[in-house]
Design a protein around this ligand. Structure first.
Ligand SMILES: Cc1cc2nc3c(=O)[nH]c(=O)nc-3n(C[C@H](O)[C@H](O)[C@H](O)COP(=O)(O)O)c2cc1C
Length: 172
């Protein structure tokens, strides 16, 4: 297994295209890793650093892990991948199942962070959280607030800005 270095400037378009389909975020705390599907996120530059920004709902098990250990990896498919990964990581919670085992994920040790990458989804970012912000959904245009966060006590997202410490494609 090797890691082919890439960068946000050379692969940013591919990363955003992968996000538009579906990508995967892994967090790890208390000796347990957990992967969830993500669609809301982006790469870019903030505070002069290359960053990945993601939005994770408060209720997610992943959010609990991120708040205990503020590091994560983002894994993006290159070409086809096993649909089971999408179903398990996008529809089940790590509170109920061991998604690594159930989805058959092959973990690859992180180079700069304590969280592993996933060989089956080879385009990888390793990130450390620089900034965390709970959303004020009242600042959204009213029609978006109503559609995305209806009611008095919505399960809003937490925004995490992670500095990208390493980026590569895993070659098996
Ligand atoms: C295509 C797709 C994109 C998703 N994007 C997000 C997202 O950006 N943020 C989020 O909080 N949940 C998102 N979800 C939902 C989580 O992946 C899902 O609720 C998952 O089971 C949470 O797992 P956890 O409880 O182990 O953290 C998405 C699901 C799918 C299928």
């Amino acid at each position: 297994m090797t890691k082919q270095p890439i960068s946000v400037t050379t692969h940013g378009g591919e990363m955003i295209a992968a996000l538009q389909r579906c990508s995967f975020l892994t967090a790890k705390a208390d000796g347990r890793e957990n992967t969830m599907a993500i669609g809301w996120g982006t790469v870019g530059i903030l505070w002069g650093r290359q960053v990945f920004i993601c939005y994770v709902r408060k209720s997610r098990y992943t959010r609990e892990l991120l708040d205990k250990n503020p590091e994560f990896t983002v894994n993006m498919p290159v070409g086809d991948y096993d649909r089971k990964i999408f179903e398990v990581c996008g529809m089940k919670s790590g509170r109920d199942v061991d998604k690594t085992a159930e989805a058959g994920l092959t973990l690859v040790e992180g180079s700069k962070v304590s969280v592993p990458a996933i060989a089956e989804l080879p385009m990888t970012l390793e990130c450390r959280v620089l900034y965390r912000r709970e959303q004020d959904v009242g600042l959204l245009p009213p029609e978006m607030k109503e559609k995305l966060y209806p009611g008095e006590d919505p399960d809003s997202h937490v925004e995490y800005v992670g500095e990208i410490l390493d980026a590569y494609i895993v070659r098996q």
